[in-house]
Ligand binder design. Structure first.
Ligand SMILES: [Zn+2]
Length: 245
């Protein structure tokens, strides 16, 4: 079947993950509903030290979920530990204790990788850029001795949102490409949200709770994140991981 490309408008929740190379212009991002400046913007130019985090059994024979985070050169992130603390560590703990106990997970943070972190992601078509990032990221992983399989996922963290995104959108994910792009001008759970898309979680299975929004929920100005998925999305993620392990 010819690869389809769907650019979804806000409010239309379609998750066509079974189609090849389908990208979601993520309708989880509403017009204007963000906390600007939650993460202090930092000067550009510094190199983040490479950082790897591990969860789950270290010497497991089962396949590992490996998330590669590439921080764009223009993202203004200069402190790797702070970055991980803000976006990743709480997610990793939730994955390890509640969502997918027993699944070995590695998160690798990289910056200043020519051809990957300097991609002109504003240029042309957003899906093409996502594809370009996935290709370059995978090439880098292989060139540095890593392996790329169905549980290898790629996230590009940028500053300025993609030029092709509708106003207010701060992320995009394509499960079929195992790749996502997230902006650090979004909510703190932007990473968990886009990675959720790469692991089979859906907006439909999210919840708006009294005081917070779960990871796959719509980012609303007046609500904080719950910093968890939901039982339904936990199931979906477990099922997804089971498929490939
Ligand atoms: Zn979404």
């Amino acid at each position: 079947m010819k690869a389809k490309q769907r650019l979804l408008t806000l409010g239309v929740a379609v998750c066509a993950t079974s189609l090849p190379a389908v990208a979601m212009q993520d309708p989880g991002w509403p017009e204007g509903g963000f906390f600007p400046g939650l993460y202090p913007s930092l000067p550009t130019g510094d190199v983040l030290e490479p950082l790897d985090r591990h969860a789950g059994p270290r010497d497991s024979a089962t396949r590992r979920l490996h998330l590669w985070i590439f921080v764009h050169d223009q993202a203004g992130e200069t402190d790797a530990a702070k970055f991980m603390d803000w976006y990743v560590d709480w997610w990793l703990k939730d994955m390890e204790t509640t969502v997918a106990p027993g699944v070995p997970i590695t998160v690798s943070l990289r910056s200043r990788v020519p051809g990957v972190t300097d991609i002109d992601y504003h240029r042309g078509d957003g899906v093409d850029r996502l594809r370009e990032f996935r290709r370059a990221g995978a090439a880098h992983v292989k060139a540095t001795g890593g392996q790329v399989d169905a549980l290898t996922k790629f996230v590009l963290f940028v500053g300025e949102p993609m030029a092709s995104w509708p106003s207010g959108q701060r992320g995009v994910a394509a499960e079929s490409l195992s790749a996502a792009i997230a902006s650090n001008q979004g909510h703190r759970f932007v990473f968990a949200h886009e990675v959720g898309h790469l692991l089979g979680a859906t907006h439909e299975a999210s919840e708006q709770r009294a005081f917070c929004t779960t990871n796959m929920g719509q980012m609303m100005l007046a609500k904080l994140g719950c910093y968890v998925y939901t039982r339904a999305n936990d199931h979906k993620i477990r099922d997804y991981l089971r498929m490939y392990r």
